[in-house]
Design a protein around this ligand. Structure first.
Ligand code: GLC
Length: 498
């Protein structure tokens, strides 16, 4: 066997950057490195910190279920359980052209969706990258940028050349705004708080639908905002459109959240609206906020506390901070920094690159876990290419095991959230499908299996009845279907009665 081997590969980071790396294992060790035994000892310590027992999971599920109930019964709770004014499931026969605008955690996406009925659709779309500045600057400016992108998109895709719009005609738009907004009707939404690192000024507490309409007016666009929706609600509806067994939708991306369909009679906090108690309405849980501020139920490590304390919203989104793609890389980085400070890792090497907050992308955890080589060539590549650090095999195995602990904890905690909705709605015996989307779910190896394993740890064998699957595009197709459903309600004169 040769003393060194080469490896190469390429991948895309969440920042959109595509990286090609070429690596080769070290022939000789010329730097002081931690021994295999030291690394194994450390791993044991982290194992006990990051591992969730089935018993602990069941306790979390119990507290979670109570929190969901509380949010339905009382206004302004930490987990707000937001009524979305999306009534019931789509029929599958929704038809027509709709625009969808998606302001997510990383990108702005504009789509033109043609619903063809029978669960079929066509979609064309353009993505625009959001800068850090835009996320923190003035809110109205952010919506102006959304309108500007829409304008460009509409000109290119529905102009005379494309021949889609007749003079005087306007296109209905579903706006997917994936932040907690309390709604009084479907085309209204007061931003409760920014999440996922956004902090644009003059927006919290205001009706973002109104702000957005103001931006649309500036461009005199032939567009009518029909529905303001959350990505989870869109995912729920889009997934049900193609798979009617879907009862719950979860996003595992920059943020983490879920939506499901609730009986109006159970949403007691809106009893005064006089909506038919026999109707059904989608609820955007905003479960990322579970255990915020009080930190009573979730197993937080000191690394999680640092992530929280140094975030732009300390105390908030406690559940999300243990799960979502925005934070997992940072949690791992903080563990590595601790071992650097303790003099265990990278002795004699310059570690400044690794000391920069959020420099360790969550995509690195996925890559480390999926490295198929015995020498862990991908891990070598990540550390040399991005951080100019040499590693030994024992260290690389440790890094990979650490990624596994952090990724597995995120998946098992997610299972607790799903289990809480399943218990609350009594879905366990009949079973249900859970539409899931987001980079963590789609790209992190084994994430879905770990969620399923978690569900079985909570519910025993019956946990197998709850199955997650890769959802339909909620913010594009889902938003269009909801715009279609809303238009239908309006045409039927139902809108004013909410
Ligand atoms: C954050 C947002 C929530 C969204 C989720 C996934 O938790 O608050 O509205 O659904 O991220 O994008």
């Amino acid at each position: 066997m040769p003393a060194s081997r080469r490896g190469s590969g390429s991948f895309t980071l969440t920042t959109g950057q595509t990286i090609a790396i070429h690596t080769r294992t070290q022939d000789e060790e010329d730097l002081p490195h931690a021994t295999k035994k030291t690394m194994a000892d450390h791993l044991r310590k982290y194992e006990s910190l990051f591992t969730l027992t089935p018993q602990r999971m069941r306790m979390i599920v119990e507290a979670f279920t109570e929190t969901l109930e509380l949010g339905l019964n009382k206004p302004n709770q930490i987990v707000p359980m937001i009524p979305t004014y999306v009534f019931g499931w789509p029929t599958g026969q929704e038809k027509g052209d709709f625009l969808a605008l998606d302001l997510g955690g990383t990108n702005l996406r504009v789509c033109l969706v043609t619903l063809q009925g029978e669960g079929k659709f066509e979609i064309s779309q353009t993505k625009y990258r959001l800068t850090e500045e835009q996320k923190q600057d003035d809110g109205q400016k952010l919506f102006d940028f959304c309108a500007e992108c829409l304008n460009t998109f509409v000109e290119t895709n529905t102009g005379e050349g494309a021949g889609q719009l007749k003079p005087g005609q306007s296109l209905p738009l579903g706006f997917t705004f994936s932040y907690p907004c309390s709604q009084e009707r479907i085309d209204h939404g007061e931003l409760i708080r920014w999440t996922k690192g956004f902090g644009a000024g003059n927006t919290e507490g205001r009706d973002v639908a109104e702000m957005f309409k103001k931006s649309l007016e500036k461009y005199q666009l032939p567009i009518k905002l029909t529905a303001l929706i959350n990505d989870t609600t869109g995912t729920l509806i889009a997934s049900h459109y193609v798979n009617p067994k879907t009862k719950i939708a979860v996003i595992f991306g920059t943020g983490c959240n879920a939506a499901y369909m609730e009986h109006v009679k159970n949403i007691t906090k809106i009893e005064h609206l006089g909506i038919d108690p026999g109707a059904e309405m989608a609820i955007n849980c905003e479960w990322g906020a579970f255990d915020s501020f009080e930190h009573e139920h979730l197993p937080r490590t000191k690394y999680d506390t640092v992530v929280d304390d140094t975030s732009n919203k300390p105390g908030e989104q406690a559940f999300e901070k243990l799960i979502s793609g925005r934070y997992l890389g940072e949690i791992l980085r903080l563990v590595l920094c601790e071992l650097i400070d303790e003099g265990v890792l990278f002795l004699g090497q310059n570690t400044y690159k690794l000391e920069k907050p959020y420099c360790f992308d969550t995509a690195f955890l996925s890559l480390m876990e999926s490295d198929p080589t015995d020498e862990l060539l991908m891990v070598i590549g990540i550390f040399t290419h991005f951080f100019a650090l040499e590693t030994t095999l024992a260290e690389r195995q440790f890094f990979r095991a650490l990624a596994k602990l952090i990724g597995r904890r995120a998946a098992r905690l997610s299972a607790c959230g799903i289990a809480a909705i399943v218990s609350k709605m009594n879905y366990l015996d009949e079973g249900c499908s859970v539409g899931a989307d987001g980079s963590l779910y789609n790209k992190y190896p084994g994430f879905a299996d770990r969620v399923h394993e978690g569900l079985q740890d909570i519910f025993g064998d019956k946990g197998r009845n709850i199955v997650t699957y890769h959802a339909e595009d909620g913010s594009g197709v889902g938003s269009a279907i909801i715009a279609a459903m809303t238009k239908h309600r309006k045409d039927a004169g139902l809108y004013l009665n909410v």
